[in-house]
Design a protein around this ligand. Structure first.
Ligand code: G1P
Length: 296
């Protein structure tokens, strides 16, 4: 029997340079999409997959994340007095969850962030969720990946087909299709130039990893951008273990990028009961003015 996936790591130590100045003193992971910070969507996705332990890798200027997931006694008391039941329910919904925080002392890359969680993970497989890859809450990507892990017993990476003009932003795989969206991975490369990309299958921010990755990360030298790259560690892992990729065809937003963030905001607002009707009306109102400005 393969071990159950009980732990998830949420790297959140990055600098968020693409959102400066908003992220000068506050974490990118706390940027709201409608009314919830980005990282909460990833946490809720993991909760829906019965993850029991939540390990957040933080860094400088990231304390707001810890405060956000802490109970807020005074605020709760005030809402109780004012009989604001719905809001109270909303802010206490995650109070029972146990979070562990580890500070990544320098932003040395995704691989380094994951290595920081080693003392909390022991010798078991775990999930990694990158919160700026926002997956539509109606999708079941992580659940499907966990099921695949339970069947195959090896690391599973989420893949998406991306246009070749975007390929340099991702880890990219070479793989052999083996049916039902699965690819047996033969090679991986971090952020290749378009000409050197082995395919248009990019790794997106959901991983199920076997614990052998830690030993590899410990010995890894910096790669692309001078950072310890998870993709490079996975390439080494391939020498001793099979890795599968799972082709996700659902809705994902690259909310680490301004345009992707705006798309996520618009689409989540369209589904939000409180604002959707008025928001659609507003969009329809401004649509003709967008056309006259020459946009289509
Ligand atoms: C990271 C990984 C990359 C992966 C991407 C998914 O890059 O290094 O392999 O494709 O996440 O979002 P980042 O976006 O942090 O630069």
């Amino acid at each position: 029997m393969n071990k159950k996936i009980k732990k998830a790591i949420f790297p959140a130590g990055g600098l968020g340079t693409r959102f400066l100045p908003a992220t000068k003193a506050s974490p990118k992971e706390m940027l709201p999409i409608v009314d919830k910070p980005m990282i909460q969507y990833a946490i809720e996705e993991a909760i829906a997959c019965n993850i029991e332990e939540f390990i957040i890798i933080t860094g400088k200027y990231k304390r707001a994340i810890e405060d956000h997931f802490d109970s807020a006694y005074e605020l709760e008391e005030n809402l109780r007095k004012l009989d604001k039941k719905k809001l109270l329910e909303e802010i206490t919904r995650l109070n029972h969850i146990n979070f562990a925080y580890i500070r990544q002392k320098a932003a040395l890359g995704l691989g380094h962030a994951i290595l920081c969680a080693k003392p909390f993970v022991d010798n078991e497989p775990f999930a990694v969720l990158l919160s700026d890859d926002v997956i539509d809450p109606e999708e079941t990507l992580l659940k499907d990946m966990i099921r695949l892990y339970e069947k195959l017993g090896c690391s599973i990476l989420a893949l998406e087909q991306v246009p070749m003009t975007e390929i340099h932003k991702y880890g990219v795989i070479a793989g052999t299709a083996s049916g039902n969206g699965l690819y047996k991975i033969n090679d991986l490369i971090e952020k290749p130039e378009r000409e050197k990309a082995p395919s248009n299958l990019a790794i997106i921010g959901r991983y199920i990893l076997t614990p052998e990755i830690f030993g590899i990360l410990e010995k890894l030298t910096p790669g692309r951008g001078g950072e310890i790259q998870l993709t490079d560690a996975l390439r080494d892992l391939l020498k001793g273990q099979t890795i599968y990729g799972y082709h996700f065809r659902g809705k994902r937003y690259d909310a680490g990028d301004k345009l992707g963030y705006l798309k996520a905001t618009v689409n989540f607002a369209l589904k939000n009961k409180e604002v959707s009707e008025a928001f659609i009306k507003y969009l329809l109102d401004i649509a003709p003015t967008l056309k006259t400005k020459g946009h289509r």
